[in-house]
Write a protein that binds this ligand. Structure first.
Ligand code: PLP
Length: 251
């Protein structure tokens, strides 16, 4: 597809200047599935090959202005949306409200419930309510939520010892579908796509080493494929291939 015809995906997340994760990773993953990003920054982070050093949330009025700027006038057509690092509960609330705009209310939304970087740097200050309550308005609106195993445990407030526990916790998030990523499990990295009625297993092959930003890339590619009419299952499979190709290239 020509660049001009590529479906646009609104992406709300943090800027990682190293390009490993966050908005820059989203842009790459969306291009890989023939879509284009409309990146709106919710936070600026300080990261490099030595680690993650800090983050500063973008003021809420500026988060709002970025999205409203895109929608103003004739507006840029948006075919899907994806959220990543949202930094504060206040930004989560503002984003949930912005997604109710008539031009966005019906587009598929992918919510990557980013809580902390693998380096340990916190990426969401959920406040006293805790991450599950803070993110609940986005889960309710999401086509797919993409927690990894530790994120699902943090959202559930309990350790999840097996698939059955993970599936139950995924269903409690209240989203139409949840893709529980298997990269942190022992053994094969099997992902679970959980909907109200069924659970589908997506097998994968573990690659040696670690790579940054795989979660961001998976969620962005998923949104890019949903933007083009794929089902949650088709989009999950396609997005997994995008991440596998990224890992095979040597991240
Ligand atoms: N920085 C930003 C802006 C992110 O959005 C994320 C993940 O979503 C990370 C860092 C974490 O990346 P990783 O845990 O792969 O280092």
């Amino acid at each position: 597809m020509s660049r001009a015809g590529a479906p646009r995906v609104l992406v709300l997340g943090g800027l990682d200047p190293s390009g490993g994760a966050g908005l820059a990773a989203d842009v790459e993953a969306l291009l890989a599935v023939g879509a284009r990003a409309l990146p709106c920054a919710t936070a600026l982070t300080v990261q490099g090959s030595g680690g993650a050093y800090g983050a500063e949330a973008v003021p809420v009025p500026l988060v709002r202005a970025q999205v409203e700027g895109l929608l103003a006038g004739r507006g840029v057509p948006v075919k899907a949306a994806k959220t990543g690092m949202l930094a504060t509960a206040e930004i989560v609330r503002a984003v949930a409200e912005l997604l109710g705009h008539r031009r966005l209310a019906r587009v598929p939304l992918v919510v990557d419930p980013v809580l902390a970087a693998s380096s340990g740097l916190p990426l969401l200050d959920a406040g006293a309510a805790g991450p599950a309550d803070a993110l609940a308005p986005l889960f309710a609106r999401a086509a797919v939520v993409t927690p990894n195993w530790p994120e699902l445990e943090a959202l559930a407030g309990a350790a999840l010892d097996d698939d059955e526990a993970a599936v139950a916790a995924a269903r409690r998030l209240g989203a139409r579908a949840v893709l529980v990523k298997g990269g942190h499990r022992r053994g094969a990295p099997v992902d679970l796509l959980v909907t109200g009625r069924e659970v589908r297993r997506l097998a994968g092959r573990r690659r040696p080493g670690t790579a940054r930003g795989t979660g961001c890339r998976l969620a962005a590619a998923l949104a890019g494929l949903l933007a083009q009419g794929a089902s949650a299952y088709q989009a999950a499979r396609g997005a997994k291939r995008v991440v596998e190709r990224y890992l095979d290239r040597g991240a």
